[in-house]
Design a binder for this molecule. Structure first.
Ligand SMILES: Cc1cc2nc3c(=O)[nH]c(=O)nc-3n(C[C@H](O)[C@H](O)[C@H](O)COP(=O)(O)OP(=O)(O)OC[C@H]3O[C@@H](n4cnc5c(N)ncnc54)[C@H](O)[C@@H]3O)c2cc1C
Ligand SMILES: *[C@@H]1O[C@H](CO)[C@@H](O)[C@H](O)[C@H]1NC(C)=O
Ligand SMILES: *[C@@H]1O[C@H](CO)[C@@H](O)[C@H](O)[C@H]1NC(C)=O
Length: 444
């Protein structure tokens, strides 16, 4: 008998897509095991607890309007969903001063976005395949302020490296994600609601339900399928696993770490080579109270390089949670700073608007996703400029007994947690259907 651990199905990756797939397979009576490279489960959903006992998400956190799968999952886990606190329009800050959103430059930027929103629905010119978002903004924006604002807004909604992200890809993604207004919106938009207990309540429920414990610190380095022998999965520490079917939930750029045998078909190899993970740094400053609510609030777009967005992610009655997102390539500027330096650098830029109190958080947590060894970045993988075959949702048909999930492959809100859940459900259904056919075949 072959050495190693055997299961009917192996799921690679314990993010929301992998955990959803495993939970659904187990529900259907299929023996499943989940292998995760990181020391923790959740993948791009990563929760932690603050010094004040509150919960935060360093990865995905918002439940968008109409994200019904995620809503149902949180309700099932016994979590509490609340509406994101918003005053409506964000403050725009540049050179330490506030700029009115009704200034000509800001209005022009919003007008461009509105035109772009309409174009993304009706007509995306083919020549946009070669046009980078960076170049397009450079050409269109009449003032430096308009350019900075457009760059930040596109970066916050995409996290792509704007110098290697085409207008074509961006435009094609927008309708799939409900439109730009939806993507940028709080109430009724993609930032509609939050979870008091964080996404961790859902990932630990899903993992806890499995009869076989998720194997963390288990970095898959090879996947070989040879005819009727089933699939052999090897790990960095030399362990071996065997299964009849495998679900790969690893985002496409990170397939580079896995040796597939036989090699992946050309279409999938192109997908791996022509995509890159988004770049994003996320931080939370924690305070006893959301003191900014006595003043102008803490929804702020800071345009000075590196530009960043500030969001109020405080739960009702909870301690103040100031959430900071530095999206896209400007986030690299923080890579070589210490945690203390990053905190002081970012918070000092908020002093003119929030006062000196902002400099003394009770707690500070942050994560640069582009430095995550296994996820490789976030929110999502993007096609590089010039590529059209890897537009979201990315190809995901089974290859023999290899099935594919992950938010990148979702037809409903790809890039979001909702998409991850949908892709996990879909991959599990493919397998249930196939295994049923095999069983029926054996009975006849
Ligand atoms: C900063 C940030 C903010 C976000 N904000 C939101 C938000 O507010 N709302 C929202 O809906 N979405 C948000 N997202 C996106 C959301 O988090 C993701 O879409 C979702 O979590 C992806 O789940 P997944 O299962 O598809 O992939 P992942 O979570 O990436 O799961 C893949 C797993 O595979 C593991 N893995 C990789 N390689 C290997 C290997 N070789 N062997 C074994 N395991 C491996 C990885 O460690 C990972 O755990 C955000 C993401 C980030 C990073
Ligand atoms: C875009 O990414 C591709 C693939 O990684 C790379 O070959 C190309 O040089 C990049 N272009 C720019 C302008 O960064
Ligand atoms: C950070 O440091 C590394 C290694 O010291 C270096 O290669 C890299 O260029 C630096 N990055 C930035 C943005 O300064």
């Amino acid at each position: 008998m072959a050495q190693g651990t055997r299961a009917e199905v192996i799921v690679i990756g314990a993010g929301l897509s992998g955990l959803t797939a495993a939970s659904e397979l187990q529900r259907q009576g299929i023996d499943v095991i989940v292998l995760e490279a990181s020391p923790t489960i959740g993948g791009r959903a990563k929760s932690t607890t603050t010094k004040l006992g509150s919960h935060i998400d360093l990865g995905g956190q918002w439940i968008g309007h109409g994200h019904r799968r995620l809503t149902a999952l949180i309700e099932k886990a016994g979590g509490t969903i609340y509406k994101t606190f918003t005053r409506g329009l964000p403050l725009i800050v540049r050179d330490r001063r506030t700029v009115s959103i009704f200034s000509p430059s800001a209005l022009v930027s919003l007008l461009y976005l509105a035109i772009f929103e309409v174009m993304s629905k009706v007509y995306v010119p083919r020549r946009w395949v070669a046009l980078t978002v960076d170049k397009a903004i450079e050409t269109m924006a009449p003032t430096q302020l308009a350019r900075q604002l457009l760059q930040l807004l596109v970066a916050i909604t995409s996290t792509a490296d704007l110098a290697n992200f085409s207008m074509y890809s961006y435009a094609k993604t927008i309708p799939l994600c409900g439109g730009l207004i939806d993507m940028m919106g709080t109430a009724g938009g993609a930032q509609d609601s939050l979870i008091v207990e964080s996404t961790g309540i859902a990932t630990s429920m899903l993992a806890g339900e499995l009869s076989r414990e998720v194997l963390t610190d288990t970095f898959v380095t090879s996947v070989s399928q040879h005819g009727s022998e089933g699939i052999k999965v090897g790990t960095a520490s030399g362990r071996q696993f065997h299964a009849s079917k495998v679900i790969v939930t690893v985002p496409p750029p990170m397939w580079k770490n896995i040796k597939f045998e036989p090699a992946l078909p050309a279409e999938r190899l192109a997908l791996q080579r022509n995509t890159r993970m988004g770049i994003v740094y996320k931080a939370f400053a924690i305070y006893e109270k959301p003191f900014w609510r006595d003043g102008l609030g803490a929804e702020i777009l800071v345009l000075d390089d590196p530009a960043f967005g500030v969001f109020d992610s405080t739960s009702p009655g909870g301690p103040g949670h100031l959430c900071i997102l530095v999206p896209g390539s400007p986030a690299h500027q923080l890579d070589n700073l210490s945690a203390g330096e990053r905190r002081d650098f970012l918070l000092s830029r908020l002093v003119p608007h929030l006062g000196r109190r902002v400099l003394e958080p009770v707690d500070w947590h942050d994560k640069a996703w582009h430095l995550d060894e296994h996820c490789g970045g976030g929110y999502v993988a993007f096609p590089v400029t010039g590529s059209t075959e890897s537009i979201l949702p990315m190809p995901h048909g089974p290859i023999g007994n290899l099935h594919w999930a992950g938010t990148e492959t979702s037809t409903d809100h790809p890039g979001y947690i909702e998409g991850a859940i949908q892709s996990g459900e879909r991959a599990a259904q493919e397998i249930v259907r196939d295994l049923r056919q095999v069983r029926n075949g054996e009975e006849q």
